[in-house]
Design a protein around this ligand. Structure first.
Ligand code: NAD
Length: 332
């Protein structure tokens, strides 16, 4: 089996390379992301392995199928960037890694909350300059606060478990209610009520036509003044222009984003010597109450190990005419 990787970073080569000792596949790694500009470079590959910002449009999939590719292995959980109808039409089998390490993402959401709240990033710089003043560093107790969780799948559940340990009141919204979470004290409410009551809103639903710009001018109006919004899911869940207005008017008290609507032009690259052609992210990063991380919530050793292992097992099984072990891993 020959597998062509896109958006491949040194850590991908490292983890996939090590696990491949048991699979014996041939790998080709491209650092660039997959799109119309590079798709013709794929030659004699059985599979393409893609990541969150690769563009698997109908046109790209058609060319891959024409070039003999049979399998698309997404080495991520989300699949908003692949046209599944087109994959079906071109006879491609598509798999993903549904739950490689929900705790990795949930723990990063918590890290963002605590950083924004307790301002440890500012304290770190301050004390290094021998400034031990506390002015401007005041936070609030999470204990007793209302946390609104949108999407209670694998990551939302892990996040709920963590926040329960902090003694928070947990509200949730999902298309499907989870009985175990309800037994554990999570209360499912309509989305408008969650927006209305939550001190912290954390987004853990996928990006779909229904959830696109879930946070917008209208939904922001429902939220408490000084609300904290955390997005470790997908950038498109937030209307960036509306959130910038909310930050300027001080309605939003804190914003933590690990994902960004236009992230494919920015994230996973060192652009430190470049003038960014994106005014919105520049503006966002200039607010003292905004924390941006570059899609790193998944980035733990345990998660990378699991991603590589599940992706290669999925491909191995598909090539033998078997389905992935976890039915949720098979998209087409
Ligand atoms: P999951 O499929 O286990 O859970 C998603 C949940 O969202 C499900 O319970 C589903 O019913 C619910 N949902 C679907 N549509 C909804 C809607 N309109 N309103 C409310 N809820 C809705 O997925 P997961 O593993 O928990 O991952 C969630 C998302 O996190 C992924 O889709 C992905 O975009 C993102 N993610 C980000 C990173 C990162 O590094 N930042 C890593 C992994 C996943």
């Amino acid at each position: 089996m020959k597998v062509t990787f896109f958006s491949a970073k040194p850590y991908d080569k490292d983890f996939f390379g090590r696990l491949n000792e048991t699979f014996g596949f041939d790998f080709i790694f491209y650092e660039t992301h997959l799109g119309p500009h590079i798709v013709n470079a794929v030659e004699e590959s059985d599979a393409v392995c893609a990541f969150v910002n690769d563009k698997l449009t109908a046109e790209v999939l058609r060319i891959l199928a024409d070039r003999g590719v049979k399998y698309i292995a997404m080495r991520c959980a989300g699949f908003n960037n692949i046209d599944l109808d087109a994959a079906r039409q071109y006879g491609l089998r598509v798999c993903r890694v549904p739950a490689y390490s929900p705790e990795a993402v949930a723990e990063h959401a918590l890290a963002m909350m605590l950083t924004l709240n307790r301002k440890t990033h500012k304290a770190y710089n301050r004390v290094r300059e021998q400034n031990f003043s506390l002015n401007g560093l005041m936070g609030f107790n999470l204990h007793g606060k209302v946390i609104g969780i949108v999407g209670t799948g694998n990551i939302g559940k892990a996040f709920a478990r963590i926040m329960r340990g902090f003694g928070c009141e947990l509200l949730a919204y999902d298309l499907y209610e989870d009985d175990a979470l309800k037994t554990a004290g999570v209360k499912y409410v309509p989305l408008s009520q969650l927006f209305n009551r939550a001190d912290v809103i954390s987004l853990h639903c996928p990006l779909t036509p229904d959830t696109n710009h879930l946070i917008n001018r209208e939904t922001l109006k429902l939220m408490k003044p000084r609300v904290m919004i955390i997005n470790t899911s997908r950038g498109g869940l937030i209307d960036t222009a509306a959130v910038l207005e909310g930050l300027r008017s001080k309605h939003i008290g804190y914003l933590g984003i690990d994902v960004y609507e236009q992230e494919e032009k920015l994230f996973f690259r060192d652009l430190s010597q470049t003038i960014l052609d994106d005014d919105a992210i520049q503006l966002l990063m200039s607010f003292p109450n905004v924390l941006v991380t570059g899609h790193q919530a998944f980035f733990t050793a345990e998660a990378l190990e699991e991603i590589a292992s599940t992706t290669l097992t999925n491909l191995s099984r598909l090539s033998q005419g078997l389905e992935p072990e976890n039915p949720a891993a098979l998209l087409v």
